[in-house]
Design a binder for this molecule. Sequence first.
Ligand code: GTP
Length: 600
Amino acid sequence: FPPERVRNFSIIAHIDHGKSTLADRLLELTGTISKDSSNKQVLDKLKVERERGITVKAQTASMIYNYKGEDYLLNLIDTPGHVDFSYEVSRSLAACQGTVLLVDCCQGIQAQTVANFFMAFGEGLSIIPVLNKIDLPGADIEKTARQIETTFELDISNMLSISAKTGIGVAGVLPQIIEQVPAPTADATAPFRGLLFDSWYDQYVGVVCLVAIRDGNLRKGDRIVSAHTGNTYEVTDLGIMFPHQTATTSLEAGQVGYVVLGMKTTRDAHIGDTFYREHHPVAAFPGFEPAKSMVFAGCYPMDAADYTKLQEALDRLTLNDASVSVAREASVALGQGFRLGFLGTLHMDVFRERLQEEYDSTVINTAPTVPYIVRYHNGEEKTIRNPAQFPDVDQHPHVAAFLEPTVAGTLIFPAEYLGAMMDLCGAHRGLLHDYTYIDERRVMMKYTLPMSEILTDFYDQLKSRTSGYASFDYEETGYEPADLVKINILLNAKPVDALATIVHRSHADRVAKDWAKRLKTVMNRQLFEITIQAAVNNRIVCRESISPVRKDVTAKCYGGDITRKMKLLDRQKAGKKKLKTVAGGVQLPQEAFLTLMKGH
Ligand code: GTP
């Protein structure tokens, strides 16, 4: 296929607007998957995807389509659906020249539609709006079309209205892709240049990379170099996703395919990296940045003896998910453990679930934090990924400023929730930039919010205050100075480093009191009195106490039934297992960390 008969495109949509369903229909239409088996096959694949978390992206596929007597190679490039992976979305969009913007016309434009549109627009892609779910009774084609026109200034005169589910109108999609998406500008005679935009770990062959071939071609046995790491690899296998890995003799300029290079872990496959032929360096693709962790949390074995076991489990899991960063750390309270870095909170939740399955002992996960920057008077900066390392004392003589990461948030919701949404964002230190009506009844607001504020209960609140009608998406916008302070929790007068947290000064007293109260509710009584104190910058702001219990758990048996006695003793033992002894013999349940995670 010469470049002029190749089209590289993606489908972007808000979650549940029908991206996977449309992808299936297109694969069926082109005979890439058969009609009867297709649904099952692709759904099965999706289930595995769900089970394995969200990092496996199975839907990138090539198809051949005959249009006006000519065969075209159409490459559908899948993009991760969640905002946590926005850098990866932008890299996979960089591998396309056009995109189908799919909007459910019962729901209209949602926050993710807007975020995805601007990402595609920024990449200079041609954008084909398509309305989906026209078979449903709630479908409002007119209104959704107008929303698309006002919000994105797209021409809607030839817009397709389809039902990806029943197949109505779907036949019109591929001709539009061929006519509106430009062929890749690829030079078949230039030296090989390829963009790495996705990868996964296969237990038999190692890492499989998805590569968009911009110039030249690639064959089995070729030796290529990663521009980012400088490592050289030999191509041991390559081909196209049709829809599964199908070996070919070469990948030509303009094509998209899989390449196996004998990489041992996906850590070597940097999304956005450029490959070139050995001894023939080329200009790297612009915009490369390694995936950045924006959410950090400690991960400790409940039982110190399990440290190595935990490390092995982490090693196995990160083989397939290089976007999780792992660093050793030690805590006074919790001993030896790890600081894990994630792309966002969903990424963190999924990884923790997988870790729980992979590693059958209990781990203690500390509350998540964003990375803060401390700027010193001498101009040096330090990134703090663990609140325990945050400077304790106010007006620290060497500290010039603290900086926190911020995001630009987009909210879309029915107009009656305007007040509730402004309250919510205000309470989370949001700054309103702009609000517009995307139609008579729906509002779109743009806010700048500190990233730490959306880590906790923001999203749940957003949904519950609007009965689920609001949608939210964000992009990172860099660091801003902020008046931040550290809260320390003291148990029996000893600070517990693993419970330290960083908050804005205006929230500090409230959060400190709230945390002390919440800790009290989840901690067990012990043989001695426990005092819980919370300190803001070393100033104690509150105190709670838990009264002691009597020592002998069997006392109430009055020397009676021995089996009852044993049972009680066992229960005490089992109860103990789930506790971690921290400062001064005080025992802390895992629950303590969980409760504190639930927001300020
Ligand atoms: P994620 O994979 O969760 O991001 O969603 P998605 O955008 O891929 O949506 P998916 O294709 O999984 O569709 C979501 C739901 O909408 C499924 O239950 C589909 O069966 C349904 N759906 C998709 N297209 C249509 C349509 O045209 N009409 C109707 N009635 N339902 C549809």
